[in-house]
Design a protein around this ligand. Structure first.
Ligand code: 13P
Length: 248
């Protein structure tokens, strides 16, 4: 298999130590025979308890963000070293909610991405257009900039996971159609081929995110360029296991 599918949850600012551990305990037997890589990206404060809850399972725990500096005066931020202490394997970077509400830019996305790679944490770099950008016909232009600037200086692009999350599909219940998601993700792969090399682009895992759920995951995952999903709302319940088992 050239690219092993990768289904990841993004809990956003949801769950507690108690409800999170309960969910992981319930999910573990349901996802244990998955043919894909499985992760749950959780709020930083829950990372110690969730790594404990996921011990001995095939569920990896990820972070929802990571800072670029090794340490220092960055109140409220979390470093790679701090994440690594708990065995964190993945960090979501540049989620549209971070871009929209917390001033995240392509430049800060780039710094965070390079820091994660340097520390052996796989960055899940989020890209995607807003509704007005799609309607204005500039989706490709927006993605070009996010990819070129966000991935600047990356040595081995196959070490990065890309999540294509059209902003208009996030938390809205309005999923991109299978064809829309495939077409845009194929474009992202082509662009990565141009920025790096076509062969490397073939190795990059590209997820779809945006109202992906137990009902629509099969159709999306059947698309040739869609290698996985970044799941928000549906990762807060047992539906996440149905998505992980999309191929069964
Ligand atoms: P929803 O699945 O809730 O639409 O969220 C998608 C998302 O933003 C994952 O990062």
């Amino acid at each position: 298999m050239l690219r092993k599918p990768f289904i990841a949850g993004n809990w956003k600012m949801n769950m507690t130590a108690e409800s999170g551990a309960k969910l992981i305990k319930e999910l573990a037997p349901l996802v244990k025979d998955a043919n894909c890589n499985v992760a749950l990206c959780v709020p930083a404060i829950l990372i110690p308890a969730m790594t404990q809850a996921a011990k001995g399972t095939n569920i990896a725990i990820g972070a929802e963000n990571v800072h670029w500096a090794d340490k220092g005066a960055y109140t409220g931020e979390i470093s790679c070293e701090q994440l690594k202490e708990y065995g964190v394997k993945y960090a979501i970077i540049g989620h549209s909610e971070r871009r929209q509400y917390f001033g995240e830019t392509d430049e800060s996305v780039n710094m965070r991405t390079l820091a994660a790679l340097k520390n052996g944490i796989t960055p899940i770099v989020c890209v995607g257009e807003t509704l007005s950008e799609r309607e204005g016909g500039i989706t490709e232009k927006v993605l070009d900039k996010q990819l070129a600037e966000g991935l600047k200086g990356v040595e081995n692009v196959a070490d990065v996971v890309i999540a294509y999350e059209p902003v208009w599909a996030i938390g809205t219940g309005k999923t991109a159609t299978d064809e829309q998601a495939q077409e845009t993700i194929a474009y992202i792969r082509k662009k990565i081929g141009q920025l790096f090399c076509p062969k490397c682009a073939e190795k990059v895992i590209i997820q779809y995110g945006g109202s992906m759920n137990a009902a629509n995951c099969k159709g999306l995952m059947a698309q040739s360029d869609i290698d996985g999903g970044l799941i928000g709302g549906a990762s807060l319940k047992l539906d996440f296991a149905t998505i992980v088992n999309f191929d069964k």
